[in-house]
Design a protein around this ligand. Structure first.
Ligand code: CA
Length: 228
């Protein structure tokens, strides 16, 4: 199993490095960001499994960053722990609409932080690991197997990620550029035509089972997965 990736968003270098050091030692793959703007880019580029966000950041607040991430389909369920310095911040975070999954107040021990991270990752794993089912089409995210009934369908890695994204977000239309962002990652510079190429391959793989009809073209808008 590959190491879980954690992004640390904290402008105070000493704290950020202390956290990164401890997470590295605990076997995590760690990325660091100093402000909201670079954090958003890194989340899009590196797709972390969990993000630690400091409350006070130079360009915006951690709370605002959390809200922005939650509005984004790709990050709606991204596990987020907020780092706070004061009790009044805790009140706001524990309020209804913060969007953070947990918070931890400074100063905290590495041990406490690792315990919170472990607990949140355990909580968030099941949803990610559960099979995604649409009609008789099933994706098993643990084994990366795609099956129709008892038959396994062989897909390339990009077709697999594309199908998984579409099946996770059914009955919604995504433009080519949105699909590039969600499936290929932002700041990956490939032409929008690439999406069509992979949709074609995906449909071809599904066609013998009559499941290609689930991947629908919406003229002038993009693509949609619908098993209805
Ligand atoms: Ca700060």
């Amino acid at each position: 199993m590959t190491a879980r990736r954690i992004l640390v968003v904290e402008d105070e270098a000493a704290i950020r490095q202390m956290i990164a050091f401890n997470l590295n030692r605990a076997g995590f793959d760690v990325a660091e960001a100093e402000d909201c703007a670079s954090a958003r880019n890194m989340i899009a580029d590196t797709r972390p499994d969990l993000v630690l966000i400091d409350w006070m950041l130079p360009d915006s607040s951690g709370l605002e960053l959390t809200r922005l991430l939650r509005r984004d389909d790709a990050n709606r369920h991204l596990p987020i722990i907020m780092l706070t310095a004061r009790a009044e911040e805790v009140d706001k975070i524990s309020g209804l609409d913060s969007g953070a999954d947990d918070y931890i107040t400074k100063p905290f021990s590495p041990r406490e932080l690792l315990a919170r991270i472990g607990a949140l990752l355990r909580r968030s794993v099941p949803a990610e690991d559960e099979p995604i089912v649409a009609g008789d089409l099933t994706i098993n995210p643990v084994s990366h197997r795609v099956t129709i009934g008892d038959t396994e369908i062989s897909l390339g890695p990009t077709e697999y990620r594309l199908l998984k994204f579409l099946m996770t977000n059914p009955d919604r239309v995504y433009s080519r550029s949105q699909l590039l962002d969600f499936v290929w990652g932002q700041n990956v510079f490939v032409e929008e035509r690439t999406v069509d190429v992979h949709v074609r391959r995906l449909r071809k793989a599904l066609e013998p089972f009559g499941a290609d009809k689930f991947v629908q073209t919406v003229r002038g808008a993009g693509y949609r997965f619908s098993a209805c």
